[in-house]
Design a protein around this ligand. Sequence first.
Ligand code: FUB
Length: 469
Amino acid sequence: MPIPFKRAIGAAALGLACVTAQADNPIIKDRFSADPAAIVHDGKVYLYVGHDEATVDGNFFVLREWNIYSSTDLESWTLEGAVPRTIFDWAEHDSAWASQAVEHDGKFYWYTTVRMPVPENGEGKGGYTTAVAVSDNPVTGWTDPLGKPLVDPNETEAAPHMLEHDHTWDDIDPSVFIDDDGQAYLYWGNSHLYYAKLAGDMISFAGDIHKVDIEGIPGPFTEAPWVHEKNGKYYLTFAMNYPEELAYAMSDSPTGPWVYKGLLMDVLEDSGTSHQAILEFEGEDYFIYHTSALPTGGNYRRSVSMEHLRYNADGTIKKLTPTASGITHSAQALQGHVDTDEYLRYGEGSEVGAAELNAQDHWQFKWHVKPLIQVPGKTTVSLQPETRMGYYVSVNDGAASIVEHDGRETFANSATFEQVAGLADADSVSLRTLDGSAYLILADGTLSVASPATAAERKAATFSVLVAE
Ligand code: FUB
């Protein structure tokens, strides 16, 4: 396996190239967002997300509304509108959970999760279930044509662990798919996976609800089904286990049988869910999901992110790694000058040091470079481990470590460095703390912070930059 880095050329050779575009992760930066789904309409991508509003110490989902963003370039995202859960006036709680919209015959149909109360007559259960809204427009004018759920939670047989509750949640996370012959299908589920054919009106079923088994699945199906088709093959992506891994199955038909094919994404560092969606836009395939990447993020404060999706020649999908640079693919590596075999390396905890570059754990050498703070007249950078979104190299009490951004300005200060010409080589770089008192020093496998006095220390404070291929 070749080492996936090359020496930077041109302007980047003189320093770390900072990402200024907004296409890095998370793509939604103005607020928390979860459970993405996207469509393309008139050359624009519309992204439907739930708006996570739980407090930092909250211990459950709080989603009062869905937000709809648009983009023509996948770089800048515009908040087009917010749709309150209360468009379904029979539903209850802050239950604007996962959804997916689709365009069909000039109208838009939006299948959403909301919670239905326990029936007033006490017969049967309430539950998080699937509803449908209709509009002539991808953003505004959504109405509830049924005045009740599309799936009554009492129509399906809940998973055994839900039965002790007065409400169930096996009917969540609808995914709609329209085949080339015009037939629409709805898939949904938690613990159990269901599908049904949609009738021509798109707001009722044209047949029975089927329970689906995935052949060869190595763990429990959890939730978040999403069906798409590519080159005549049908793909069912979904969350498995908890905390969730994302996995997929394939079939020759939208009705199955579905055969398990493998993992798409491992469990995330700080979010038990990651809810994926697939988008094809201008000939490229994208994988959209959520993480806890924004400062103070977590299980109930999530952030929508995006990667390129790649297929193998046989139609299987390449496993994805969540990255901070996302679709910009702009990660960089920093090479030491004392020992030029040493590169800045992060691990799973707070430690940051240096090691010989190797292809097997190449991710540990990749850094997403973007300043948390900009200072007029200075070039500033912050170093985010490429596969640990929301974590940064931070200097505290004279030591450098990898720390999660806590949303405070003091943190941003501790994790922002001024980039200056290399102290030992003007074609390389040195990174100085914002107060100008010390530099990052890389020597003997260790990253430290000091004010270089000798020629050897100035060399240790100098880095060359490589870009990831
Ligand atoms: O956002 C609430 C729930 O969390 C969704 O419905 C699930 O897919 C999980 O992401």
